[in-house]
Design a binder for this molecule. Structure first.
Ligand code: NAD
Length: 357
């Protein structure tokens, strides 16, 4: 990969490669845009095939963090860290402390939180080396895992999309297909069931599916079939690139609203979803709950304040759906306009000098 060409294409400021021989840490920190403030974002641990795949993920994910923060009204920039390694076997105190030491060298330009393959407990080690880590367990003074607040945001997004498409926000009687039964997906499933929805689930991990079927009133299907399951809402809660050339013609949902980052393999798919009369709730708005929580932690966490901000996802999405229809644009185009307007606004406001303290 031509790294500078990729950075220029996406607007990245900085990419840092971190290697520690003793712990085996191989991590890439990508900082996309700090117009709004210091970068904040999750740290993913995944057995990437090679460093190009890891870099590509870090670049895409950090870019969407900028959009997520901007659309949620937060004064933070977009960052993401990826660790190349297997989360089921490759974790150690040394690995997460080494990461903390590298993060500390950036003096607050980036703050870490959990993501796929990592959890709040992992960062207890990181926090011994740097204060620039959030989403720590409550016992360590943090706001805890972000899964609950992220899932709450997904449910609120579903209500907004249902209200817009069908005239009622109620999940009762709706069919929801959830792809991925991890930290967020499982909570979305439980909440949707408790609100009276019928839920179909899939995961590449057969144990996760078996457990859900044993404990909950859900219908299992396989990870490929979930994409073509007729449903009111398809909720991607696994990894990205779910909507692509192969899957697009197979989708049979009215709405897409899920927690996964980068659901569209290319931005142009947003218009094609519109052509197929599928209401797409832009991922970086739907899944902003986790970021809202950890950003709040930096001010001294107050769950009522974070929940209040997460509830705003409903109005934000309703405004996006309405504008998209009025202006014949994709929902992603409208969401990106909100992002661009906020970045532009903050750039202009900051021309006014004030004492930094
Ligand atoms: P997780 O690792 O706990 O769960 C992911 C689940 O998806 C796992 O059970 C995995 O087996 C499954 N999976 C992977 N590929 C699959 C496929 N092709 N088909 C079906 N299942 C598959 O992760 P999580 O924290 O629940 O996050 C889920 C998604 O939401 C990720 O894209 C993440 O970036 C995003 N997200 C999470 C948060 C958060 O607070 N945890 C916040 C914002 C966004």
């Amino acid at each position: 990969m031509d790294i500078f060409r990729e950075m220029a294409k996406r607007g990245h400021e900085q990419v840092i490669f971190n290697y520690d021989k003793a712990s085996g840490l191989k991590a890439i920190i990508a900082i996309h845009d700090t117009t709004l403030g210091p970068a904040i974002g999750g740290c993913r641990m995944w057995p990437y095939e090679n460093s190009d795949a890891a870099l590509e993920d870090a670049l895409r994910l950090s870019e969407s963090m900028t959009y997520k923060a901007a659309a949620a009204g937060l004064d933070f920039g977009g960052g993401k860290t990826v660790i190349i390694g297997d989360p089921s076997s490759g974790k150690s105190e040394g690995l997460f402390r080494a990461l903390g030491r590298f993060v500390q060298t950036l003096q607050g330009r980036v703050t870490l939180s959990e993501d796929v393959g990592t959890n709040a407990e992992d960062f207890v080690h990181t926090a011994k080396e740097t204060p620039y880590v959030v989403g720590l367990p409550t016992a360590y003074g943090g706001s805890g895992d972000t899964r609950d607040v992220t899932a709450l945001g997904v449910i609120i997004a579903m209500r907004a999309a249902l209200a817009y498409r069908f005239g009622s926000p109620s999940l009762s009687g709706r069919t929801i297909a959830v792809q991925g039964l991890g930290k967020v997906g499982l909570r979305v499933v439980r909440q949707a069931l408790s609100e009276g929805a019928s839920v179909i689930v899939a995961d590449i991990n057969p144990h996760a599916v078996g457990k859900a079927v044993a404990e909950l009133n859900v219908e299992p299907t396989d990870p490929w079939a979930i994409l073509e399951t007729p449903c009111d809402i398809f909720a991607p809660c696994a990894l990205g690139n779910v909507v692509n050339e192969e899957t697009l013609p197979r989708l049979k949902c009215a709405i897409i609203a899920g927690s996964a980052n980068n659901q569209l393999s290319d931005a142009s798919y947003a218009s094609r979803l519109r052509d197929q009369n599928i209401l797409y709730a832009p991922d970086f708005i739907v899944n902003s709950g986790g970021l809202i929580q950890v950003a709040d932690e930096l001010k001294g966490y107050r769950s009522d304040r974070a929940h209040h901000q997460v509830e705003a996802i409903y109005d934000t999405l309703t405004a996006i759906f309405t504008a998209a229809d009025e202006e014949q644009l994709s929902t992603l185009d409208v969401a990106m306009r909100i992002v661009d307007e906020r970045l532009d606004l903050l750039n202009r406001i900051r021309r006014i000098y004030r004492n930094p303290s």
